[in-house]
Design a protein around this ligand. Sequence first.
Ligand SMILES: [Fe+2]
Length: 318
Amino acid sequence: MRYHLAPLYCRPWTLNGISPRLIESHYENNYGAVLNRLNTVSEEIEQLDLGKTSDQTLARLKRDEMAALNSTLLHELYFASMGGDGRVLPDDVASAIANDFGSVDRWRQEFVGIANGLAGGSGWVLLTYVPRDGRLINQIASEHDQGIAGSVPILALDMYEHAYHLEFGANASAYVAAFMRNIDWSAVKLRYEDAIKVAPPRGLEQKQFADVPSISVEEVSAMLKSGTPVQIIDTRPKHYSSKAQDIMEGAVWRDPERLDDWIGTLSKTEPVVTFCVYGFHIGCETASALRKAGFDARYMSGGHFAWKAIKGPVRLFE
Ligand SMILES: [Fe+2]
C-alpha cells in the first residue's frame, strides 16, 4: 500500500510565535521523512516471501510500520491543530471539556503541564475522545505507537525536540505557550463532532433475556453501602457452588433448580437481585421467573466474578 502525503493544513505565515521556518523544517524533514519510511517499510512487508522470512523479522517490520504510520497520522493532526487564535472555544467543545475536566482552565493547566513535563524528553500530548466512555482525556504518547485503544485523538502537540529546537532551543515551555496561542479550536470542534459519531464497543448481548432488567455490580454495591433493603440471591448452579470457596457478602445461596422450594421465603416489597457465576444464563433465568411471579427482580450483570472484580466483599462459602 502506498501512503500519500497530506498537504500542510495550517498556514505557517499566520502562526503566532511559531515561524514558517520551524514548520517547514518539521514538515519536510520529519513528517516527510516518516512518510517515506512508512512507504518503504510497507513495501518491504508486501514483498516479503513469508515462507522464507523469520517471524522475528516480520514482527520487527510490523512494529516499524506501526510506529511510522502513527507518527504520520499524528503529525498530520499536529499541523491541523494550529492556525487559530487558541482562545475562543466553540460552545459545544467548551462544555464537553468542562464536563470531562471540571473546567476549560483545568484542562488547559493539565495539557500544558503534561507538555512541560515532557520537555527535554520526547513524545506527544493528545486530547483524545474515548468512545467507550463517551469522554475526552489528555494523554501522553511517549512513542509513536502508543495510543489509547479505540480512541480518537482530536488535538496533537508534538513534544519531540525536532518540533521546536530549531527556534526555541531548550526553551520548550515557550514553544508550548506558542502552540497554545495557535490552537485552531474551530477545527478541533469539527474533529470532535466526527469523533463522537464513533460507536462505543458493542456491549454484551443477552438475546434470550433481552427483556429481563439487569443491575450493575456498582449499583448493587451502592445499594448495600446506603443500606437500601435488597434481597440478594446467589443462584450459582449446585455443581459449581459445591466447589466454590466464597460468596458475595450479603447474599444467600439458593439452588436455582429448586426455585419453588424457596420462592415463598422472599418478600414482595423489597427488590430482589439474582446472580450466577458470570451473569449469563442462570441468573437471568431466575430473575425472569421471579418477575413472572410478581417480584421486583433483576439479575446482576457480570455475576459473581464481576462482584469480585470490583473488590466487592465476600465471605467464606460453606
Ligand atoms: Fe514531529
